[in-house]
Design a protein around this ligand. Sequence first.
Ligand code: F6P
Length: 341
Amino acid sequence: MRIGVLTSGGDCPGLNAVIRSVVHRAVADHGDEVIGFHDGWKGLLEGDHRPLDLDAVSGILARGGTILGSTRVRPADLRDGVERARGHVAALGLDAVVPIGGEGTLKAARLLSDAGLPVVGVPKTIDNDIAATDVTFGFDTAVGVATEALDRLKTTAESHQRVLIVEVMGRHTGWIALHSGMAAGAHAIVVPERPFHIEELATLVGKRFEAGKKFAIVVVAEGAKPQEDTMRLEPGGTDAYGHERFSGVARQLSVELERRLGKEARPVILGHVQRGGTPTAYDRVLATRFGWHAVEAVHRRAFGMMTALRGTDIHLVPLADAVASLKTVPGGRYAEAGCVV
Ligand code: F6P
């Protein structure tokens, strides 16, 4: 068989582990040929690709980023490009395309699959917000990076008796905020699923100072919003792909908390450091398993499907399910954390 692979959307630790796994399983075990499209869907639309043999993926298991490159693509461009994509798939003699990506990529994968192209998706995102899989690779790495940062920030917050408001990634969901906040023992966690009330947040942090503590750490997901008519967040507008641009919730919260508490506050934005660098062992294993199962799905001609972790097993789920809803933090998890406002 001939298989085309691409990585699209925001990068994520573990992408290279999937690419390597696809090549190993396909080339070494099945005798297939694999090609890699450059820069995500753009590569498929423009027919920009290179062969991927065993040498090409040697040494990439632990490497962050993606050796194929990644870009975002506007949904309209992809809709307009379906016939071009079909043409390249036919001209290259491909039996299947394996796109590795998050919500946007999987929606695009479904679009191409509905148009009759042979597609098997692999989910990725550090945000862990794809409902059809228990976990996405990249999440464990991001939580590890954020937790280490929080541990470090605690010591400097204590030295200076400050409130540090630490902004982590999480566009629609608070998984990274919740897990890193719990792991590091944060004193307040703010997630997009639960619009916050600034007075309640100030009260929670203030109680800590009343109890004689000298510092506090607040973790906030970048997509967190205040309850209506409570605090004005500056609008950030949208980017070229129609995604909301964030205006810096940590920076704005630090001003509000400093004023209300009379304590020095500082914002810290962790940003893309959470997406860079080597994946954890957990993410390498999950990514490798997804790659292996994607090749098996191709050989079974299970097109229109996506790999997913359910419990400890890898299953195939329809791409339609994968993009139907986001996996948000369930309310029950707030109570366990003890400090979600
Ligand atoms: O979707 C993954 C993600 O890391 C989000 O958490 C974040 O909002 C976004 O990507 C950032 O995207 P970009 O790299 O385009 O700024």
